[in-house]
Design a protein around this ligand. Structure first.
Ligand code: CS2
Length: 502
């Protein structure tokens, strides 16, 4: 984030400067300095702040004195950049709620400690095992769990292998396993672990991964104890939160009457958090609108398929058509209708909502995607495609194929993703491309240069991305290859218009 020189402490957002903030901006209605840590978070980033921290702020505000025990110690897993800024601001930051035509600013309190896990003196295992830690939350992205396509911990992943022998694990799964080993050794009550990433059955999957880690490290007893003793409720989280842009610093400063916030975050107003009901202490997250339910599955399937899967289509097709943001793609005269059709006709399979509820959910999502105040860049939404493809796109596709329903737009999405990779391999994609399997994906593009059938074949053969072969494999390969062929010879917009009409 660009800075125009050092900011004096008297102008920087902090506990001391809260009193200088104009009363048009809501500030924490509790004593931020009196917060105590009850939650440890792994993955301090924008989504975490606009979602779990904002919800915990609301919970503490609603609970008063009794809520002060729910402060969050939040770990950056990849760099010290954001956590250093937050530490300088006593953990305070501005949340800018962006509606299409207005922005509302709130200063959020709730962070007691922010630190980079790689330089933390205490260490994540010790923090997780501290008796006052009653909850551990995680947002490390789908690729941060190092899972195989069937949802198990990848024993060959270098980050996992390195953590097995390390006293200071760097991966979230390693930190949890080592933290829980300490809890077991000291015979205290384990915290509840809440995965807040977009993985199907995220609680069960994370528990399995942590147990897999313990077994890989030769500690079957720990794995059994975790499976029997530690709660990993499933959760569905939803709020669209883009990366912070320079305008956000300016907008925060204006709202705060000249006080500088070096770590503001913008989000849409929409907030959803559906949590599998669990026994055990927790903040009054209902105050923020969180719901505790017996079965999260319908919400999770709807969200993963209809929102997250469709987001991928918007990113891959949108960038190829020259759009910079999700909103531009959702408002595009051809991609917009393809998106709505894909979401309602293909991605709604397996979502246990009534047809009317599906129509409403589709409509609401399109409105959210079209919000022009949310500047969500394609590179960010499209990143880590290989880790997201199976649960968000291929599973519904497989279910549609099994009952003879169309899969044309899922095929289109996959072809657009491959086209991104082909362009990237030729240095012709004007976007940053992040993917845990990037080298392998580029190698496929290079090996089968210009042979689109061979490329489609080789991509679909990657079981760690697509799972076992799809039904009517030859048709799948041909359909993807003919879209790749068309995109190689005609402008993307022409190919897309034909796809919509077809
Ligand atoms: C997005 C999500 O980057 C992505 O994969 O689909 O981050 C999405 O914005 C959130 O899940 C919305 O709740």
């Amino acid at each position: 984030m660009p800075l125009s020189g050092p900011v004096s402490a008297s102008r920087l957002l902090s506990r001391a400067t809260l009193r200088d903030i104009p009363d048009t901006v809501r500030i924490p209605p509790f004593d931020v300095g009196a917060l105590r840590t009850g939650i440890v978070h792994l993955g301090c980033g924008n989504f975490h702040r606009a979602h779990q921290v904002a919800a915990t702020h609301a919970a503490i505000a609603a609970e008063g004195e009794a809520g002060l025990k729910w402060g969050i110690a939040s770990a950056g897993m990849r760099s010290a950049d954001l956590t250093d800024r937050l530490t300088a601001q006593d953990g305070l930051f501005t949340l800018l709620h962006r509606e299409p035509d207005r922005t509302d600013a709130v200063v959020i309190g709730g962070l007691t400690d922010t630190f980079f896990a790689g330089q933390d003196e205490i260490g994540l295992p010790a923090r997780i095992a501290a008796p006052q830690t009653r909850i551990v939350t995680l947002t490390v992205t789908t690729s941060g769990y190092y899972l195989t396509a069937d949802g198990r911990l990848d024993p060959e992943n270098p980050a996992i292998r390195a953590d097995l022998g390390a006293r200071r694990p760097r991966s979230a799964v390693g930190a949890l396993a080592k933290g829980l080993a300490l809890v077991r050794a000291q015979e205290t009550t384990p915290p509840t672990i809440l995965c807040c990433d977009n993985l199907p059955h995220n609680g069960a999957v994370l528990m399995q991964a942590v147990c897999d880690f313990a077994r890989l490290g030769g500690d079957d007893g720990l794995a059994d104890w975790i499976a029997q003793t530690v709660r990993f409720p499933t959760t569905m989280v939803d709020r669209i939160v883009p990366a912070t842009k320079p305008e956000e610093l300016t907008d925060a400063r204006t709202a705060l009457g000249g006080i500088v916030d070096l770590a503001p975050v913008a989000s849409e107003p929409w907030f959803q958090w559906v949590i599998e009901d669990f026994d055990g202490p927790r903040p009054l997250w209902e105050a923020a609108g969180a719901r505790f339910v017996a079965d999260v599955t319908p919400f999770e399937t709807a969200k993963l398929r209809m929102l997250n899967g469709t987001h991928m289509l918007l990113a891959y097709a949108g960038a190829l058509a020259g759009c910079d943001t999700v909103a531009e793609a959702a408002n595009h005269p051809v991609i917009g209708p393809i998106t709505g059709r894909f979401m309602r006709r293909e991605q709604s399979i397996g979502v246990a909502f009534s047809p009317e509820a599906l129509d409403t959910y589709t409509h609401d999502l399109m409105v959210r995607f079209r919000n022009p105040s949310i500047v969500h860049r394609m590179g960010r939404i499209g990143r880590n495609g290989s880790a997201k493809m199976a649960s968000r796109v291929v599973e519904p596709m497989r279910e549609n194929l099994a009952v003879g329903r169309p899969v044309t737009d899922a095929t289109f999405l996959i072809a657009c993703w491959i086209r991104w990779l082909i362009l990237h391999e030729r240095d012709a994609l004007d976007l940053p491309l992040e993917d845990p399997r990037l080298a392998r994906l580029c190698a496929i593009c290079a090996d089968a240069r210009d042979d689109h059938v061979a490329q489609a074949e080789a991509f679909l053969a990657m079981e760690e991305v697509f799972g076992p072969p799809l039904p009517d494999h030859t048709t799948r390969v041909q359909d993807i290859a003919s879209l790749l062929q068309a995109m190689a010879h005609e402008p993307a917009n022409t190919v897309f218009a034909r796809h919509l009409a077809g």
